[in-house]
Design a binder for this molecule. Structure first.
Ligand SMILES: [Zn+2]
Length: 213
């Protein structure tokens, strides 16, 4: 049962590494070809998501080595992923704020930007839903935190796409306002994840005490 759980989390983590490495490589190639710093930065972020999938797998694997004495390492993995999510939310908020206070500089989107954003929305949505399903079925808080991160990435990309559409159709730049709304949702999700992880770790600690007494 415990074995099976470990295998399933690690399999989901491998899927996460594959999806994020492919997506990061795609963004990096496009970023290098178009010389876009924004796309290259986005590629680095996606690569960090592959790393957080590795951290999730490592946590579950390390817990497996200890043979059923709580999920200490998995809770640490989940906390790292949630802190990464918090930093994504804060970064999105800062860049949105900059766009709101300096509206003279209009956002511009090329056809290739639209393609990248669309691919990212679908890839991150599917990955996030997969993480969430496996996380719920096996009760993995680290996978659930990774699911929130992946879905947040998808939502950020979707908001960018919608505001790009409004920009192209009506010539109004709402990028900053959309970005700010999404950043608030992401920060709230990260805080909620951290809160749940804290609750899970204290439960694990209590469980450990019961087993030892
Ligand atoms: Zn991400």
């Amino acid at each position: 049962m415990q074995e099976n759980r470990e295998i399933r989390v690690i399999r989901a983590g491998k899927a996460g590494v594959a999806v994020n490495v492919l997506l990061a490589a795609f963004k990096a190639v496009v970023g290098l070809m178009s010389g876009s710093i924004a796309i290259l930065m986005d590629a680095v972020h996606t690569l960090s998501d592959a790393l957080s999938a590795v951290i999730t797998m490592a946590g579950v694997w390390l817990d497996g080595k200890k043979k059923g004495r709580g999920h200490v390492f998995e809770n640490i993995s989940a906390a790292i992923v949630a802190v990464m999510l918090l930093s994504v939310g804060i970064a999105a908020g800062v860049s949105a704020w900059e766009k709101i206070v300096a509206p003279a500089e209009l956002s511009s989107y090329s056809a290739i930007d639209i393609v990248i954003i669309s691919v990212a929305i679908v890839a991150k949505l599917l990955l996030g839903r997969h993480y969430a399903r496996v996380g719920r079925e096996v009760g993995s808080i680290a996978l659930s935190a990774a699911a929130v991160e992946s879905l947040a990435d998808s939502a950020i990309s979707a908001a960018t796409l919608v505001s790009a559409g409004i920009m192209l159709r009506y010539g109004i730049d709402l990028d900053g306002y959309f970005g700010m709304a999404i950043a608030a949702v992401v920060v709230a999700a990260a805080v909620k994840s951290l809160w749940e992880i804290l609750g899970a770790s204290s439960k694990d600690d209590a469980g450990g005490v019961t087993r030892h007494s």
